[in-house]
Design a binder for this molecule. Structure first.
Ligand code: ADP
Length: 414
């Protein structure tokens, strides 16, 4: 049995083909610049790889190009399309409707169309991709896996905003949260590595990439998360401001004459590390600039670390403590400087960074086991000192695997 995972962006389509039993990745690739004359399909199958340039008009055409590569007898990863038992589709927004992954039906598609205004930049592409994939792969079970679903367990006192409740009724304005598949994957993996049931842990999961969010997990469910009605809320990110005083928006509208679209662009594309440092949205560039003595870059780095620490404090209070903190994604997995800066000074709460593990552990594999983790895989390690009350861990995220597992579980249960 083979499982295909699609992650559609507005002009891109990422995919992975996995072997259902072993979870081995058989093929992966990306069709980029969909709708452009210069689209590119980059793929890798075992040792073979390619960068095929050709105009790809829409997501349907992208799927056709992907299928052509996967079924090419030269690679022998899928002799025919019937071998693909399920297709898991990443869908950013599931609104109030979906608290878990679901098999796509006509009714599900109708609900997804209804939700689209909540995520106008993300959902329409995913829905278009699902419709095309159902046509091209009619024998497969199609499954939608939502970034929001994991957070549907957040209690009302944490997910409702103190604005007139009629606005919730009218527009469904509430905290939804995102990165759910990532938080779900790393929290489950942390519990597995520590050999403690997840329901017995209070865990804070920090997904720190270009987009970043933190999630508080207690009794194995999400009880709060930093992204909100949209992915703009919460942590300072690469180009997004994260949480700011909402009155700044109306102030700027009045004094800079900004339209809603301009405000959206300012807060989503020009803020965060980029806006604060004036250097780059990429933390590596900001750290380099700081090394060269750039004071704005230093301040941006301090703001970024403080924003993480502030949410960790909030979620310790929300859960009445913490046992495990997991960091993941580009910054979490690769930046010892940020890991130290975000978690230093919290020794009173049982949180400490082991300087050697933090710097050395990610240079190779296997250090997870040395640090007392059971069966740690590549890039997985603990960076708290031995015997530390709160375990600090790096776990590379794997949203595609989570989606593939959901798709497999759903075909087995139907
Ligand atoms: P996305 O949210 O787009 O999936 P990633 O999880 O790949 O992003 O994270 C990308 C970010 O990770 C980069 O913009 C960069 O800021 C950061 N990053 C990657 N490697 C390093 C590193 N070695 N040191 C510091 N930051 C890094």
């Amino acid at each position: 049995m083979k499982l295909l995972v699609f992650n559609a962006g507005s002009s891109s389509l990422k995919y992975q083909l996995l072997e259902g039993k072993t979870e081995q990745v058989l093929a992966k690739g990306l069709v980029d610049r969909i709708g452009d004359a210069k689209s590119c399909h980059s793929w890798r199958i075992g040792d073979a790889h390619g960068d095929d340039s050709a105009a790809v008009a829409d997501h349907g055409a992208a799927i056709r190009a992907i299928i052509a590569v996967l079924t090419d007898p030269a690679h022998a990863v899928a002799a025919n399309l019937e071998e693909i038992a399920a297709v898991g589709h990443r869908v950013v927004h599931g609104g109030d409707y979906f608290s878990a992954s679901v098999v796509v039906t006509g009714e599900v598609l109708e609900k997804l169309d209804e939700i689209s205004p909540l995520a106008p930049l993300h959902n329409p592409a995913a829905v278009q991709c699902i419709r095309a994939a159902r046509d091209f792969l009619p024998t497969a079970t199609h499954v939608a896996a939502f970034d929001t679903a994991f957070h549907q367990t957040i209690p009302a006192y944490a997910h409702r905003y103190p604005i007139p409740f009629e606005l919730y009724d009218k527009y469904k304005i509430r905290r939804y949260g995102f990165h759910g598949n990532s938080h779900r994957y790393v929290s489950a993996r942390a519990a597995e590595l520590l050999r403690v049931p997840l329901r017995d842990l209070k865990l804070i999961s920090c997904h720190l990439g270009n987009g970043s969010s933190i999630c508080a997990i207690k009794d194995a469910i999400s009880v709060d998360t930093s992204m909100g009605f949209t992915p703009l809320d919460g942590l300072m990110m690469g180009t997004r401001s994260g949480a700011i005083d909402p009155a700044i928006v109306t102030f700027l509208q009045r004094h800079e004459n900004l339209s809603p679209d301009q405000i959206d662009e300012l807060l989503n594309m020009k803020s965060g590390l980029l806006g604060a440092s004036g250097v780059s949205k990429d933390l590596r560039d900001v750290l380099d600039a700081q090394e060269q003595g750039d004071e704005r870059a230093r301040l941006a780095r301090e703001m970024y670390a403080y924003s993480i620490k502030r949410y960790v404090g909030q979620y310790m209070a929300a859960m009445g403590g913490v046992d495990v903190i997991v960091v993941t994604a580009g910054v979490g997995e690769n930046s010892p400087i940020m890991r130290r800066a975000a978690f230093e000074g919290l020794e009173r709460f049982g949180i400490a960074v082991d300087p050697w593990r933090n710097i050395e552990a990610d240079k190779g594999t296997g250090h997870g086991e040395e640090a007392g983790l059971y069966n740690a895989g590549p890039g997985e390690f603990k960076f708290s000192p031995q015997g530390s009350r709160v375990k600090l861990m790096v776990i590379p995220t794997n949203e595609e695997l989570m989606i593939a597992r959901d798709a497999k579980a759903l075909i087995q249960s139907t």
